[in-house]
Design a protein. Structure first.
Length: 322
């Protein structure tokens, strides 16, 4: 995507944004936006919006102008409808040559003639005898389209990620393994196992797309049992195949008003603490984490440096006091 010198200079010399970051999540049904600001006690989620796919680029540009978000760092995440993720054998080449070397094996796995862009991540642990990497592939035309929309809205696109990775940023750094169950509206449940803020294991749990429509009684007639079975299978794989210490905690953020009920059911059945997942940030009075897109919030939070946040908080306090 080419830009003119006039456009470049306009962005280069723009006043710094009063916002910390913008997160945007591209889901199957809509495009979601959140914005964070620095406050006296840390980061605060202050803006929340949604746009239809049909007019999202125009609506985004209007929203950015209305709320003076121009120049804010933007972190974009995609849900599973927009990308493919695979584990493939790690090429026996130097690190700088891995991306080119992945092109042909990935093309064979994907089985498509669509031009793709892709990136990879090394896995923290491997099944014995394997040496694989996690590769994410996105259609080039989709990346170009969303990049142009972000640029034309005068946001500063910092990164594009996927929901499996975005939501890991919302968890505390711990040496104890934790399972998170996160679901966007009407989509699969994403089950992650995370330790030390690294993604050790991830899978999608299908069949729960309509969980929002079930009553507590209906959830107890099989849905909760199905969830616990999938959690147990994932834990078994993590402990036996990846040879890791047992999971210590389960956190959930599902597309249902009955999350507390499901938490209690899982805790009693699994014999593990199960709690509602809550991001490590403040929330504006008119917003609520129960209704939030955690893919969106995780994207906005993805580049947070804790020591830098503390420094920023102290600076804000000093400004208020003086």
């Amino acid at each position: 995507m080419r830009i003119s010198w006039k456009q470049y200079l306009k962005q280069k010399f723009r006043k710094p944004s009063e916002y910390y970051s913008v997160g945007i999540a591209f889901t199957a049904e809509q495009v979601l936006l959140c914005a964070l600001k620095k406050g006296t006690s840390g980061l605060e989620w202050v803006l929340d919006a949604s746009f239809t796919h049909k007019s999202w680029a125009q609506s985004l540009a209007e929203y950015v102008r209305t709320h003076k978000l121009q120049g804010t760092p933007c972190f974009f995440t995609l849900t599973s409808h927009w990308y493919k993720v695979h584990q493939v054998d790690r090429p026996d080449v130097s690190d700088e040559d891995i991306l080119p070397a992945l092109k042909w094996p990935l093309q064979e796995v994907l089985g498509t003639n669509t031009e793709m862009v892709y990136d990879y991540a090394d896995l923290p642990v491997q099944v014995a005898g394997q040496n694989k990497v996690m590769v994410v592939a996105i259609a080039r035309k989709e990346v170009e389209k969303l990049s142009r929309a972000i640029y034309e809205a005068e946001l500063v696109l910092e990164s594009i990620t996927v929901e499996e990775l975005a939501t890991t940023h919302l968890l505390d750094d711990s040496s104890d393994a934790c399972i998170s169950l996160v679901q966007e509206h009407g989509e699969d449940v994403v089950l992650n196992i995370i330790k030390n803020k690294q993604l050790y294991f991830s899978r999608r749990l299908k069949g729960f797309e309509n969980i929002a429509s079930f009553t507590k009684a209906e959830l107890d007639m099989g849905i909760c049992d199905s969830l616990t079975v999938q959690i147990q299978r994932s834990m078994d794989y993590y402990e036996s195949q990846l040879r890791q210490a047992p999971v210590k905690r389960i956190l959930i953020k599902l597309d249902t008003p009955h999350m507390a009920h499901i938490c209690n059911y899982i805790a009693e059945t699994m014999g593990l603490p199960c709690d509602l997942m809550r991001p490590n940030m403040q929330c504006a009075n008119d917003l609520h984490f129960k209704m939030a897109s955690f893919s969106c919030l995780g994207a906005a939070y993805s580049k947070v440096n804790q020591s830098q946040i503390q420094k920023d908080v102290e600076e804000v306090r000093d400004e208020i006091q003086h």
